[in-house]
Design a binder for this molecule. Structure first.
Ligand code: SIN
Length: 502
């Protein structure tokens, strides 16, 4: 298939839209000339085609990245790396409109959400520009006379970066900004559903001066080819965001060469509204936390536990707000809710809704794909009377279904909330200060939102426990994921210290 070049909207900088991959500074089509179609979720038709690379291109990129990282770390100071990141950040902000249009078209999220994501993406670059220069080591008192122990934090080397379609821009920067800050190079496999945001960000990175040997973008539909990132011994770190099953498979493969891994995997977030909550605050938070990105974030509320005393008013208020959401193409004025990513995503929501209704759930609003839209849409849906035997209790819907479970006591709801193999995000609402500390301690999640439905920010450690993964992104901990600690023991110093008494 020839690579198409039409795009539904013109960009201020048309060169940002590219359907080729990037190896060693060269924008290339695949050696075998293969391409794959990228769909626009709002219409269901092909948006553009993209180069479909094979294994040999991954190998070439990894080899180039290996050469690149060795000179980058040797030849740059932390301040140089911070400046490169700062320039990239500024270019992202300058090109916000174009990046948001590309993102909205390939992912479906509304233009406002897309701009929000590009801003969020830029915050990681700014954050790690600032962290790059705070890469402190230790001076450790030695137990040997006339010796000292120092530690250095060194780059792990070449990093394999595998990102998801639900945050096509922010998951790129959350992973590669700390990699560059640490002195690493990256080979990125962007999601085949949304490769163009990654490509546009890489263009801006090069424009900002990031050396071309450090950043390689290899779009592909060929899963086997992309496993080169997990198998190749030159790759020393894999950072993946996606499903738990793929994360486990990558971790197993990576263990063959003992790579460092960061796995940001599935969630099944509980969202608990206690009887002493500020109900309006909880409703507003539920709207954002459940329906942001049409329910397609791994920190979206999946199980809404609402105390029986406040369940009716909560469901009424949430239904009223949800009914004001306007489904449509993300780039159209007035749209507040975009489509799902593809037909399979719509099917999963359908299955969860049908299962909940068959098991006694009551439908308050939504419940089906809208008849007036042709893309991959599903109406924002609210169901009460949810129970533990429903699919939505154990599986992440990843779509706009708010399933509301009643509960009676704090103890009971903590048990229910923790009854999941996942432990990514959890939320609860209460005005009681002791309860806030008590419940936050007991919820088995890597991230907790108290009286808020928004927890994601560059400064805050992002990551899960249990089968939701390992490692933390963003925050001061995000940098160390791309570093190894090296200890240097210097002996026989002429300090004049005795041999010790013991
Ligand atoms: C994700 O869904 O993977 C990321 C969500 C976020 O950063 O808020």
């Amino acid at each position: 298939m020839a690579i198409t070049t039409e795009f539904p909207i013109s960009l201020r900088d048309p060169t940002l839209l590219d359907c080729r991959g990037l190896i060693n500074g060269e924008w290339r089509e695949a050696v075998n000339q293969k391409t794959f179609p990228v769909y626009e979720p709002a219409t269901g038709s092909v948006l553009h085609s993209c180069a479909d690379f094979g294994r040999e291109e991954f190998v070439e990129a990894i080899n180039a990245a290996y050469v690149g990282y060795r000179s980058f770390y040797k030849d740059t100071t932390a301040k140089d790396r911070a400046q490169l990141l700062r320039r990239w950040h500024d270019l992202i902000i300058e090109n916000m409109e174009d990046l948001a249009i590309i993102l909205s078209l390939e992912n479906g999220k509304t233009l406002a959400e897309a701009k929000g994501e590009v801003t969020y993406a830029a915050t990681f670059v700014a954050w790690f520009a600032e962290e790059a220069v705070r890469n402190y080591g230790d001076v450790i008192p030695s137990s040997y006379a006339n010796s000292t122990v120092l530690t250095y934090k060194e780059p792990v080397g070449v990093c394999g970066i595998i990102t998801p379609w639900n945050f096509p821009a922010a998951m790129i920067t959350r992973k590669i900004a700390p990699a560059f800050a640490a002195g690493c190079s990256v080979v990125i496999k962007p999601p085949s559903e949304t490769p163009f945001s990654a490509i546009a960000l890489a263009k801006l990175a090069l424009k900002g001066g990031i050396p071309s040997s450090l950043i390689h973008v290899i779009p592909t539909k060929d899963r086997k080819a992309s496993l080169e990132l997990a198998n190749n011994p030159l790759v020393r770190k894999i950072s993946f965001t996606g499903s738990t099953s793929v994360g486990k498979m990558l971790t197993k493969l990576a263990s063959e060469t003992m790579k460092k891994v960061s796995m940001e995997l599935g969630g099944n977030a509980p969202f608990v509204v206690f009887e002493d909550a500020d109900l309006d605050q909880a409703v507003d938070a539920a709207l954002i936390c459940k329906f942001r990105a049409s329910g397609q974030t791994c920190v979206c509320a999946n199980r809404l536990y609402v105390h029986r005393q406040v369940l009716e008013p909560f469901a009424e208020k949430l239904t009223a707000k949800v009914r004001t959401l306007k489904l449509g193409r993300g780039i159209d004025d007035g749209t507040t809710q975009g489509p799902l990513v593809n037909a399979a995503a719509v099917e999963k929501v359908k299955v969860h809704v049908a299962d909940a209704l068959a098991k006694g759930g009551q439908l308050w609003t939504g419940g089906k794909p809208p008849s007036h839209l042709s893309g991959f849409f599903f109406e924002p849906t609210i169901i009460t009377g949810a129970t533990a035997d429903m699919a939505v209790a154990t599986e992440e819907t990843f779509g706009p279904l708010a399933a509301i479970f009643p509960f009676e006591s704090e103890e009971d709801v903590i048990t229910q909330a923790n009854a999941s193999e996942y432990g990514l995000a959890g939320y609860f609402f209460s005005q009681n200060v002791s309860r806030i500390f008590r419940v936050a301690r007991q919820l088995e999640c890597g991230m907790i939102g108290v009286n808020t439905g928004l927890i994601s920010a560059a400064e805050s450690p992002f990551g899960g426990i249990k089968e939701s993964g390992v490692g933390r992104e963003g925050s001061r901990y995000g940098l160390s994921e791309y570093q190894n600690i090296k200890s240097v023991t210097i002996g026989n110093l002429s300090w004049g210290v005795g041999k010790g008494r013991l």
